[in-house]
Ligand binder design. Structure first.
Ligand code: FAD
Length: 491
C-alpha cells in the first residue's frame, strides 16, 4: 500500500475514524514507529466551510468536536500529539498538510479512505504531492468490512440489487471477518510539536471557527469510543436477541442507536460485526433471528457504501434511476415547511419530525414513513428531504441517507416500487398501536383515546389544537401514482 520506502516521523490523518481501537491507519503508524523508535503525530482538520457547503448541521458538528477532543486525550495517553487545525475547506487542509509535512520532517502519512467524490479527489492530490516529495502514503480501508469494489457479480460488475449483494457479501465476510485490531501500545518516544506556527494555529478557538450556538446534542449520543463499546455490548446482550420482533416499533427503543457512533467512526463496522458474529456463532443465518436481522441492517449500510463508489453521481444527488429525473415534483413551499416543522396533520409523520428536531435522530421505520410522505404524498423532490435530514441527523451519512431517500422515493437502486405507497395512518396503527410514541412527541394528543391518536376526527382536532391534514391520503396517493405512471407513457 505504500508508494515509497524510507524512514522518518509518521503522521496519522484522522477523518471519520475518531477512535484508537481497530483503526488500521493508526495501528500501522504506531506499530511501525514503535519498532523503529520513531515519533508519531496526528492531525485532524476542522473544515467548517466545507461542512456548511455540505449542509451538515450544528448538532453533528458539535458531536464531532467533542469526539475529537476525547480522541486527543486518548492519543496523548499513547504518546501521540493530535494537532487540531482550522482549515476551512479541503483545499486549505491539503495546503496545511503539505506545510506540516515539510516543517516537521514527516516521512510517512497514514489515513483510512473516505469514499465520497471530493474526498477521493483530495486524497489523490495528497498522494501525488507526497510522491513528488518522497513521502510515503499508507492508505487503509475501515468504513466497510469488505472494501467497496471487492464484492462483484459473476461478470465482475457492482451489484445494483440488495439481495444478491447480501448473499455474495455474507459469503466473503464469513471468510474474511477477523478480530478487530487492538489499541496500539504507548510509544517509547512521545511526540510533541515545538514549532510556534503550529501552536498558533492550535490556539485558534475551535468554537469561534465553527460559530456554534448553544444547541447541545441530546445526551444519549456518545462522543467517546468507550461509551460506544459499552452500548454495543449492552445491545447485543440485552436487546439483540429480540431485535427482529421489536425493531419496527418506535416506542420500544429496541434498536442499537449506534448509527451516530458509526458515522463518526467511534466504532468500526468490523467491531460491530465481529461482536455480533461472536454472539451469534457466525455471520450467516443460523444463530438467533434477532442478531441475523441486525447483521442484515449493517449489510444495508455496506451496500449503500459500495453503491456510492460504483455510482459516484450519487454524491451529486442524482437519481439512481435516470428516468425518475423527469418526475414533475411539486414546488410547494408551504407544504414543505409544514413537513419540516411536523405540522402535516398526520400524527405519525409529525411525531417523527419532532423526534428528529428535538433529539437529532429518527427511528428507521419513521424515516421511511416520513420520507415517503414527503416524496409521494406531497410529491416534493426527495433531495429537499435528504438535505433536511442531513442538516438535523446526528448520524447524517451521505451513503445511507441518500440510499434511504432514494429507496423511499422509488428513484433508487432496489427502491420500493412506486405503487407501494405507505398509508401513514395504517403504519401508525400497526407500529404504534397504543399511540405511546405519538404522545411522547405530540403531548396534545394524550387526552385522546389510543385509537383516535392515529387520525383524530375534526372535533378532536379542534379540542386538542392539532392541525388538519394538509392533504387527503387517497387523493395524494393517486397524484403520486399518476406522476410515476406518466414517466412510462412518455417513453
Ligand atoms: P439499528 O437498527 O440498530 O441498525 C444497526 C446499524 O445498521 C445502524 O446503526 C446503521 O449503521 C445500519 N443501518 C440500519 N438500517 C440501515 C439502513 N436502512 N440503511 C443503511 N444502514 C442501516 N442511517 C445513517 O446512518 N445515516 C443517515 O443519514 C441515514 N439516513 C436515512 C434516511 C432515510 C430516509 C432512511 C429510510 C434511512 C436512513 N438511515 C440512515 C438508515 C437507518 O434509518 C439508520 O441507520 C437507523 O435508523 C439508525 O438507528 P440504529 O443505529 O438504532 O440502527
Amino acid at each position: 500500500m505504500s508508494n515509497q520506502q524510507s524512514t522518518g516521523r509518521h503522521l496519522v490523518w484522522f477523518r471519520t475514524d475518531l477512535r484508537v481501537h481497530d483503526n488500521p491507519a493508526l495501528y500501522h503508524a504506531m506499530t511501525t514507529a514503535q519498532s523503529q523508535a520513531q515519533q508519531v503525530l496526528a492531525v485532524y482538520f476542522v473544515t467548517p466551510e466545507q461542512w456548511r457547503q455540505h449542509g451538515l448541521g450544528e448538532r453533528k458538528i458539535r458531536l464531532m468536536q467533542n469526539a475529537v477532543h476525547n480522541l486527543k486525550q486518548a492519543l496523548a495517553e499513547r504518546g501521540v500529539e493530535l494537532l487540531v487545525l482550522h482549515a476551512g475547506t479541503f483545499n486549505h487542509s491539503l495546503q496545511l498538510l503539505q506545510q506540516l509535512v515539510l516543517e516537521l520532517d514527516i516521512r510517512h502519512i497514514s489515513f483510512n479512505n473516505e469514499y465520497e467524490v471530493n474526498e477521493c479527489k483530495r486524497d489523490i492530490l495528497c498522494y501525488r504531492w507526497a510522491n513528488i516529495h518522497q513521502v510515503n502514503v499508507h492508505r487503509f480501508h475501515d468504513q466497510c468490512l469488505i472494501p467497496p469494489g471487492a464484492v462483484l457479480t459473476k461478470t465482475n460488475l457492482p451489484f445494483k440489487v440488495y439481495s444478491p449483494f447480501r448473499k455474495a457479501w455474507l459469503a466473503q465476510a464469513e471468510r474474511q471477518l477477523s478480530a478487530p485490531l487492538p489499541s496500539p501500545a504507548a510509544l517509547q518516544q512521545p511526540s510533541s510539536t515545538t514549532s510556534t506556527t503550529w501552536q498558533q494555529i492550535l490556539t485558534e478557538p475551535l468554537r469561534r471557527a465553527l460559530t456554534l450556538t448553544d444547541q447541545c446534542p441530546d445526551a444519549r449520543w456518545f462522543d467517546d469510543e468507550s461509551s460506544a463499546h459499552h452500548a454495543l455490548h449492552n445491545f447485543l446482550q440485552q436487546q439483540g436477541r429480540h431485535y427482529h420482533q421489536r425493531r419496527d416499533f418506535p416506542a420500544l427503543d429496541a434498536t442499537s442507536q449506534l448509527s451516530t457512533a458509526l458515522s463518526l467512526g467511534l466504532l468500526s463496522p468490523r467491531q460491530c460485526l465481529f461482536a455480533a458474529s461472536q454472539a451469534n456463532q457466525g455471520l450467516l443465518a443460523g444463530g438467533t433471528a434477532g442478531l441475523d436481522s441486525w447483521i442484515n441492517e449493517l449489510t444495508w449500510r455496506e451496500f449503500y457504501r459500495h453503491l456510492l463508489v460504483a455510482c459516484p453521481d450519487l454524491c451529486k444527488h442524482q437519481a439512481f434511476k435516470p428516468e425518475t429525473e423527469r418526475v414533475k415534483w411539486r414546488d410547494a413551499e408551504a407544504d414543505f415547511q409544514a413537513w419540516c416543522d411536523g405540522r402535516t396533520g398526520y400524527p405519525i409523520v409529525d411525531a417523527a419530525q419532532q423526534q428528529l428536531l428535538t433529539t437529532g435522530w429518527m427511528h428507521n421505520r419513521l424515516r421511511m414513513v416520513s420520507a415517503m410522505f414527503l416524496s409521494k404524498h406531497l410529491l416534493i423532490d426527495w433531495r429537499r428531504g435528504e438535505a433536511f435530514f442531513n442538516q438535523y441527523l446526528v448520524d447524517a451519512d451521505l451513503a445511507s441517507n441518500n440510499g434511504g431517500w432514494q429507496w423511499s422515493a422509488s428513484t433508487g437502486a432496489d427502491g420500493v416500487p412506486y405503487f407501494r405507497i405507505f398509508n401513514p395512518t395504517t403504519q401508525s396503527q400497526r407500529f404504534d398501536a397504543d399511540g405511546q410514541f405519538l404522545i411522547r412527541y405530540l403531548p396534545q394528543l394524550t387526552s385522546l383515546p389510543a385509537t383516535s391518536r392515529h387520525q383524530p376526527n375534526a372535533f378532536e382536532r379542534q379540542q386538542t389544537g392539532y392541525p388538519d391534514a394538509i392533504v387527503d391520503h387517497a387523493f395524494a396517493r393517486q397524484r403520486a401514482l399518476n406522476a410515476f405512471k406518466a414517466l412510462k407513457q412518455e417513453n
